[in-house]
Design a protein around this ligand. Structure first.
Ligand code: ATP
Length: 573
């Protein structure tokens, strides 16, 4: 597949906002793409080089990309900079400047998708002395062989802002259509993706339904984490689950731990490799009797003497302030293990939770890797009692587990139901992503910051929808910091996958996730979250309660969850 053909289709996708049209364009593209290239193409569409857990980064900032554009287009750096200031999009500038190419154009070689992708990998892998020059050289060569349109997308990809507005659900639909002409393969493809968190890898088998259906969990290929639904009362939980296990909800750092022999890797909730951050836990995991195992737990510091838990934020703060080794000695981490997903060659994700728990309790009984505290209950009174205990101990609530449920990778299901102390009270929270910001007025003008526009994620459509304009909750210091961080990711256009009705002073790349507290969910014509009859859902009296560095765009609150909170406030369906 020629990259020039892909660039033409990207341009068409950019001009269409309808999901059906995008699916159509992509499925015809996939049908024409060779099996050896389809995975690479899917990564490019996702705007990534490899799945996040492989931790390979292009490491190419805007300034280096500008140098490559300058040398390829035959302009000075200053001229590229000037054009970029005017256009606000470096990809557009590359396109314009290459169109006007001053030098007599050398004959260009046609590039395949694989060639472009492999060159990007080379850029990512050049390291050490002279690596920046090497990166610029490879990009310059790519641009020398590019048409202006190809250059637009190559440059946007390299600086991490492809902005096609195509979400994973659309890619999955398009793969299904390419293989079967309809959406019938969507579910198995989605399951395979949830089991290995690598859509490029799954795409390599998209038209082999038997292989897709047989996807299994494997060590060192992290799965998408299972997520919890919420209920407001113990009664509602018991009504739904009947007899169930109630576990403490630890406010720690969720870790997915993989071990095979002596090799151990730890992954965060965003599935980034975190092994280096937890040497103390790695040493303990290595000692486990199991030869190969995947399990999950919450890591948090616990002061044995004072019987006090430290939240994730407090734990990370301590670890950043002190050297990791030093902090480990001073404030030992514990890992409260709450699920086992794979054991000695066997995928356990389809086994009932109660069976997985029995295995878990046999495997973990030490003082550092310990089972999450769990009790079996069958009445709401028993549940309430444990809930109150959790609050007394400074924890944030409980998670109820359905005894018969499999592990629901990547899905928010009633297999786990959380009950937190904030539910049903005047204050609840959502995790939203900042998509734009406002300049200050009055007293705030000196900080030139007047708040942010927050969006949540519609997991059906793969689009972002706005839910609140948030102007409070920041201290002055935080305001200055956040403003500076947002300034660096300003964009001229709104995020390509954002549905919005209100404007901002500046749009930004959707990068920072914040937790916003609010009093209730209301309906508003200004917000697009769960749009129905011309109204969307909006947060009433929203304020930022904290940054959620542990969450990325795929982990934010979804439209379904906001709608659920709205219903829980007593609004009929
Ligand atoms: P919250 O912001 O309420 O923690 P979340 O969006 O981070 O929620 P949810 O899926 O809603 O994540 O809630 C489940 C989270 O609770 C898990 O991601 C996990 O990190 C944490 N957790 C703490 N204790 C447990 C436990 N015993 N079993 C399962 N998850 C637990």
């Amino acid at each position: 597949m020629l990259f020039s053909d892909v660039a033409v289709l990207f341009d068409r996708i950019e001009k269409k906002s309808g999901r059906l049209e995008m699916t159509d364009i992509l499925s015809s593209l996939f049908k024409r793409t060779d099996h050896t290239e389809i995975g690479k193409l899917v990564y490019i569409i996702q705007g990534i080089l490899v799945p996040p857990y492989e931790g390979i980064d292009l490491g190419m900032g805007e300034r280096f990309a500008m140098q490559a554009i300058a040398s390829s287009a035959g302009y000075g750096f200053g001229e590229v900079e000037k054009n970029y200031k005017k256009s606000g999009d470096l990809g557009d500038s590359a396109e314009t400047l290459l169109t006007k190419k001053k030098q007599t154009a050398l004959s260009t070689t046609q590039m395949s998708v694989a060639y472009v992708y492999d060159s990007m990998i080379k850029i990512a892998k050049s390291s050490g002395t002279g690596s920046q020059d090497q990166k610029i050289k490879i990009l310059t060569e790519l641009l020398n062989n590019s048409s202006p349109l190809e250059a637009r997308y190559i440059v946007r990809f390299v600086i991490g802002s492809l902005r096609l507005g195509v979400g994973d659900p659309t890619i999955i639909d398009a793969l299904s259509f390419a293989a079967s002409g309809d959406k019938s393969l969507r579910e198995p493809l989605e399951r395979a993706y949830n089991v290995c968190a690598d859509l490029g890898f799954v795409a390599g088998f998209y038209d082999k339904p038997d292989r897709i259906a047989a996807f299994e969990v494997e060590p060192f290929r992290p799965l998408m984490p299972a997520l919890a639904e919420r209920e407001n009362t113990p009664e509602a939980i018991v009504e739904r689950l009947g007899e169930c296990d109630i576990e403490m909800k630890y406010d720690g750092f969720r870790l997915q731990c993989h071990k095979s022999g002596d090799k151990v890797e730890l992954y965060s909730r965003k599935l980034e490799k975190m092994t280096h951050m937890f040497p103390d836990l790695v040493a303990e995991i290595r000692k486990l009797k199991a030869e190969t195992i995947i399990f999950e737990g919450e890591a948090l510091a616990y002061d044995q003497k004072k019987k006090r838990y430290f939240s994730f934020q407090q734990t990370m703060h301590r670890r950043r302030k002190h050297d990791i080794e030093e902090a480990s000695a001073e404030l030992p981490l514990k890992l409260f293990v709450f699920d086992v997903l794979y054991l000695d060659g066997k995928d356990l994700t389809n086994e009932k939770y109660s069976k997985r728990r029995v295995k878990l309790e046999k495997l973990f009984h030490d003082d550092i890797l310990m089972p999450s505290r769990s009790s079996r209950v069958s009445t709401s009174l028993e549940l309430e009692k444990i809930f109150q205990e959790s609050i007394k101990e400074g924890l944030e609530g409980i998670i109820a587990k359905d005894l018969n449920a499999p592990y629901t990778a990547g899905k928010r299901k009633f297999a786990w139901i959380k009950l937190k102390k904030s539910y049903g009270k005047a204050v609840d929270t959502v995790d939203g992503i900042i998509v734009g910001y406002y300049l200050g007025q009055g007293a705030r003008a000196q900080f030139e910051f007047g708040g942010v526009l927050l969006a949540i994620y519609n997991s059906d459509s793969g689009r972002l929808e706005t839910v609140a304009k948030v102007a409070s909750g920041f201290s002055e210091e935080e305001m200055v910091e956040l403003r500076a961080a947002l300034e660096k990711i300003k964009t001229k256009e709104p995020p390509a996958n954002l549905d919005f009705k209100i404007e901002v002073d500046f749009w930004v790349e959707p990068k920072y996730v914040v937790e916003a507290a609010f009093d209730e969910i209301t309906e508003s014509p200004n917000h697009t979250c769960g749009m129905h009859d011309g109204k969307g859902y909006a947060l009433r009296f929203p304020r930022i309660s904290r940054m959620r560095e542990d969450k990325g765009i795929k982990e934010i609150t979804t439209t379904d969850e906001v709608e659920k909170i709205f219903r829980m406030q007593g609004h009929p369906r």
